[in-house]
Design a protein around this ligand. Structure first.
Ligand code: SF4
Length: 192
C-alpha cells in the first residue's frame, strides 16, 4: 500500500495535529457542534480563508483522549465536525476519534478538499482513509473555488461543494446529497 505523493498520510496515531478547536460552532453543520480544525492541507485553493492551516508542521498536537474530554464536557453538542486543513491527510489518527464520536451516538461531519469520487479512489488504496470515512455521516466535498463563492450556501463556501450523505454514497458508489436522503431526515437542511 503506497500513498500518493500529495496524499501521504500522517504516520502518528496517538496524536492529531490541529490548527485549533471551536468548542461550540453553529456554522459547520446542524445544531451546536465541536469543530476540529486539522493542520496541513495539500490543496492550496486560491482564496483559501485558512492559509495558516496549510503547513503540516505548524499548529499543535492533541491526543484523542484530550479532544474527547472536551467533547464530553458539553452535553449540548449534537456532534463533531472535522475541518481543516485537510482531515484526510491525518486519517489514521482521526479514525479512532471518529469511532468514539459515533459510539456516543453523535453525528460526525467532515469537510474535505477532495471530491467524493477522488476519495473513493484514495480509500481503495489506503485502508486508513477508508476506516475514517466509514464513521462519517456527512461529507462536504471539493476544493474551495473563489469564482463560485456564495454567502447564501449553508455550510459551504462555494457552489461546487456538495453536502453528501456519506453512508448512502458509499453504499451506492455515487454521490447522494444529504438534503435528499431519508436516513438523516431528522437533521436535514431543507424540506423536500
Ligand atoms: S481545502 Fe480548505 S483549507 Fe485546504 S486550501 Fe482549500 S479551502 Fe483552504
Amino acid at each position: 500500500m503506497s500513498a500518493l505523493p500529495e496524499e501521504r498520510l500522517c504516520e502518528k496515531i496517538t496524536t492529531i495535529r490541529l490548527s485549533g478547536i471551536v468548542d461550540q460552532s453553529i456554522v459547520d453543520g446542524p445544531g451546536m457542534r465541536m469543530t476540529v480544525f486539522t493542520q496541513g492541507c495539500p490543496h492550496r485553493c486560491p482564496g483559501c480563508h485558512n492559509p495558516e492551516t496549510h503547513s503540516p508542521r505548524a499548529g499543535r498536537t492533541m491526543t484523542t483522549a484530550e479532544i474527547l474530554a472536551r467533547f464530553d464536557a458539553n452535553p449540548l453538542l449534537s456532534g463533531m465536525t472535522l475541518s481543516g486543513g485537510e482531515p484526510i491527510t491525518q486519517a489514521k489518527a482521526l479514525a479512532p476519534l471518529a469511532k468514539e464520536v459515533k459510539q456516543r451516538n453523535k453525528s460526525l461531519w467532515c469537510y474535505t478538499g477532495y471530491t467524493f469520487e477522488r476519495l473513493l479512489f484514495i480509500a481503495q488504496a489506503d485502508e486508513r482513509a477508508a476506516e475514517l470515512l466509514r464513521h462519517v455521516d456527512v461529507l462536504v466535498d471539493g476544493r474551495y473555488e473563489a469564482k463560485r463563492r456564495s454567502l447564501d450556501l449553508p455550510y459551504r463556501g462555494s457552489a461546487n461543494q456538495r453536502i453528501l450523505n456519506l453512508p448512502a454514497s458509499l453504499a451506492s458508489g455515487r454521490p447522494v446529497l444529504w438534503e435528499k436522503s431519508s436516513r438523516f431526515a431528522s437533521t436535514r437542511l431543507f424540506k423536500m
